[in-house]
Every structure is written in C-alpha cells, then in structure tokens.
Design a binder for this molecule. Structure first.
Ligand code: AMP
Ligand code: MG
Length: 487
C-alpha cells in the first residue's frame, strides 16, 4: 500500500485545484513497475485488476486525493500565463525508502479546470514512449521522472486518427516547474510565490534555507542541477524536443517526454519534433535554452530576493551566467568518461570536439560509435578497430583521430577508467524505430515487443544477442524522421 501525504495542498489554492479523474470504460493493466513501487513502500502487490482501477483513476488508491496543479510557461518563447495540468492529476506524495518525498501523478486521467480545449486524455503511443525512455534514463542514472504504471482505457482518443487511450502513472521528485513560479509571479501573488519558494527550498534544497539570501541560493542550486542534467542529455545524444519553461523541472529531473528522441547519426542541429519548425530545441541549442529558461525562473524570484550591495538583478544575472561554467565542468568530466580518459586529462575536450566532427562528417551513429570505441579500448584488438572504422564514411580520418586518442588514453590508463567508460557508453538505447515498432504492435494488441524493449533499455550495458539486435541503428528504411507531442 502506498502511504499518501498531501503537503502540497497546504500551499495556497491558486497553485492547485481539487479535481476528480473521469472514469474510463475498461481499464486494463499493461505494465506495473514493481521495483519502483517497492522503493515507494508498497510491500504487497495488489492484483492486476485493482492496480488497473487505481492507475486509471477509476477508483483512487486509498489515501490519494487528486489535484490539478497550476502553471504558466513560455512555449517556444511565447509566454502563456495559464497552462496547468490539463490532463494530469497529482494523487499525493509518498515518502520513499530513502526518506525522499515523491509525487505520484496520473497522466491522461480526464479533463481538469486547466484543460482549455483539450480532452484530458493520452493516446497509448506517447504513454509507451514515456515509459521506455524515462526508465532508460533512470537505468543510466540520469535524473528523471519515473514510470510506475501504464493502463489501457478501452476507449479511443481522437488525434489525427482515433487511437487507443491509456493512462500513465508518473513518479517525480516533484512536478514543480519554472512555469509554476511563473504562474504565481504573473498573478503578482507574492504570498503564493513566497509559499512556493519556501516549499521548494524545504523539499529540494534545504541547504539554501540557511544562506544569506535563501532565494538567491535557491536560484543557484536549480541552475547547478539543470546544468548537470543537460550535460547528461548531451552525453547521450538525447533531444528533449520541447524545452518550454513548463517542462523545466525545479528539481532538475528530465520531465515531459513528448517528442523526445535519441539522435542516431550525429548532427548538432538535429531536430525530431514536428512542431519545432524554427529548430529552437535542436540538439546543440539545449544548454543555451536551459539557461534561457533559468533566466525566466530568476525573474520570478526577484521580488523575493534581498538587495545587498549589488542589485538583485545583478546577483541573479551572475547566477545565470554561472550556468555556462557549471555546464562546462560537468561536460568535461563526461567527455573524459566517454573517451576513457582521466578526469584531469586536458585532451578530453579537444578530442571530443574532433570526434564530434568525425561523427558528423562521417555520418556515424553516436551510440554505436562510443560502444565500438569502448570495445576497442577494452581489447585493443584489430577486429574492434575495424568494427569502429566500418561505422564511418571517412575511415582514414577516423584512423588518424584514433592514433591521437590512443596516445591520450595511454597517458591516463587504469582499469577504473575503463569501468567509467563502460558506464558512460550504453549498448542499448531506446531507438526511435524500435519505439515505433513497439507502438505499432501495441496498437494491434501485442505488448510483447514493449516488454522486450523495456527489459533491454533498463539493462543498457547488456551484451546479449537480443540486446545487440535492439542496439542496431535504424537502416535507411527504418529511420523515423519526425516525432510528435502526443497531445
Ligand atoms: P505538454 O505539451 O504535454 O507539455 O502540455 C502543454 C500543456 O497542454 C499543458 O498545460 C498540458 O496540460 C496541456 N495539454 C496537453 N495535452 C492535453 C490534453 N489532451 N488535454 C488537455 N490538456 C492538454
Ligand atoms: Mg508539459
């Protein structure tokens, strides 16, 4: 049994509204994350029918109270003063086995006061995508919201075509976003803003409470978490796709897996999302966009900050500028890991820069490149070298790069370097065409491919034949070029 608490409900009401889920016809459990449930204190697993009732919203789990949260947000740079949970409901918070408070939220559970024109529902496809990608991120140790359950509804949701509906249950450190602060700020509701900021400090950044200016310390802490997060994304070729301020988590987790995808052939300007016409959220733009989002966060905190010597605007600006430094430090460490070099190696950055250019020019698959490089680093065998060179259209150039890399690697040898390299370079990632295959099969009622892919992406370093099959990059015919928000 989950033991729900409702601390967020002690905050003033514009930040949330009580709202009931809309029951669905025929809730059927697709998947339940028993291991995650155990970390949340659920010792005995209820039967599937009960889980389907609970996690469709047909009958809330004992102790749950459903609420829609308010938030605003900059969508593709344009400010929308009211967005909010239009198809999601917070069921409450659960203290996990580490003593950390986690939100449990239904997504796709029906209309709310924030639904605007939407139907409050989710098609099955995006639910399966979020399940797979968020659990992969968790397996890689990337901060992320988690997947607790997916339930099919037995109802159709109409998008371009009618699609089967589903409800997703998400677990997060919290669902508070930059947009939550914007929501309080745009209403000029300083009491709500302060209550929200104090809640966030107590919940996520308790060390900020004792700083000279807790709200400046809060800003600095969120900047640091986001810098570390986006550096992790970049190291895996992850493209979030819709980095609006309402999808930017205050706790520093990856949240809102809509049109997200992993890059295959390396291309700094890669975009998958069908709605990102201006390439605002292209792969290489992600750090600058995160920083831009954090500047919007800083603006909301100005009324709370204390003027001391420097103006609050100067202090906030310094905190935002610091993002670049924090991101570089984190990225440099990740580059060293991915290349199997010592953290202090001054070769990691130049070698990575050169390798990125090789991957781009040589049309190399990013994940396969680092996987092959890891094998070559482990064995130094000619066979593995050839496998690596076979990935590029410019083998002579790559061979020259390999010589430089090997010189740097010799200088920083050590088995712990190889371990770090293996942990940084997954074999299996949730590739777009595999996700699409899973969705197509599920739309025909076959969930076996979903379970197979889920097992593979949650053991991303597995070398089995099945893992290798799923790890293979898309062929020309299999490539998925566009992803959709799923809304
Ligand atoms: P997203 O693109 O999922 O981050 O959602 C952006 C905004 O649109 C949020 O306020 C969502 O709650 C809302 N929204 C997305 N899909 C729906 C839907 N089917 N029904 C109602 N609101 C939605
Ligand atoms: Mg969102």
């Amino acid at each position: 049994m989950l033991s729900f608490e409702h601390q967020f409900a002690t905050l003033p009401e514009p930040l949330w509204m009580a709202c009931q889920p809309t029951p669905v016809n025929q809730p059927t459990l697709i998947v339940f994350n028993q291991r995650l449930a155990e970390t949340l204190g659920m010792e005995v697993k209820p039967d599937d029918a009960t889980l389907a009732q609970w996690f469709s919203g047909n009958q809330l789990p004992p102790g749950a109270e459903s609420r829609a949260l308010g938030y605003a947000g900059h969508q593709f740079g344009n400010f929308v003063p009211q967005l909010g949970d239009g198809r999601a409901l917070l069921l409450g918070e659960v203290i996990d086995q580490h003593g950390i408070r986690r939100d449990v939220q239904l997504k796709g559970s029906g209309r709310t006061p924030f639904s605007r024109g939407g139907d409050g529902r989710s098609p099955l496809g995006p639910v399966l995508r979020e399940y797979l990608v968020s659990e992969f991120m968790a397996a890689m140790g990337v901060p992320t919201t988690r997947a607790l359950a997916a339930v099919s509804t037995g109802e159709r949701v109409v998008r371009q075509l009618p699609e089967p509906g589903a409800v997703f249950t998400r677990v997060a450190s919290s669902h508070l976003r930059v947009g939550t602060f914007q929501f309080a700020a745009v209403r000029r509701d300083e009491a709500a803003l302060k209550a929200l900021a104090d809640h966030v400090i107590a919940r996520h950044y308790p060390e900020a409470a004792s700083a000279d200016d807790p709200y400046l310390a809060l800003l600095e802490a969120v900047v640091a978490r986001q810098a570390a997060l986006v550096a992790r994304w970049m190291s895996l070729g992850f493209i979030h796709g819709v980095m609006n301020t309402d999808n930017c988590s205050i706790a520093g987790e990856t949240i809102d897996y809509g049109p997200c995808a992993f890059m295959e052939q390396f291309d700094p300007q890669k975009v998958f999302s069908s709605i990102d016409q201006g390439k605002r959220y292209a792969f290489d733009n992600q750090p600058a966009i995160a920083q831009w989002n954090l500047a919007r966060f800083a603006e909301t905190l100005l009324p709370l900050m204390r003027e001391e010597g420097d103006t609050v605007v100067e202090q906030a600006t310094d905190a935002i500028r610091h993002f670049e430094y924090l991101f570089d430090v984190e990225q440099c460490r990740l580059h060293a890991d991915k290349l199997g070099l010592a953290p202090e190696s001054d070769q990691a950055d130049p070698l990575m820069k050169a390798l990125k250019s090789q991957m781009h020019q040589g049309r190399m698959d990013m994940t396969a490149t680092f996987d092959a490089l890891t094998h070559y680093a482990s064995t130094s065998s000619e066979l593995h070298k050839e496998a690596l060179l076979a990935l590029t259209t410019q083998p002579n150039e790559l061979a020259a790069w390999l010589d430089q890399w090997q010189a740097a690697q010799l200088a920083s040898q050590g088995s712990e370097r190889l371990d770090a390299m293996r942990r940084a370079n997954p074999v299996v990632i949730p590739r777009n065409h595999r996700i699409q295959e899973v969705i197509d099969a599920a739309y025909e009622g076959d969930f076996a491919p979903f379970h197979t892919l889920l097992a593979a992406v949650t053991q991303p370093f597995d070398e089995s034949a099945e893992a290798r099959r799923l790890a293979a990059p898309a062929t020309e015919n299999e490539q998925v070029l566009r992803t959709f928000c799923g809304t």
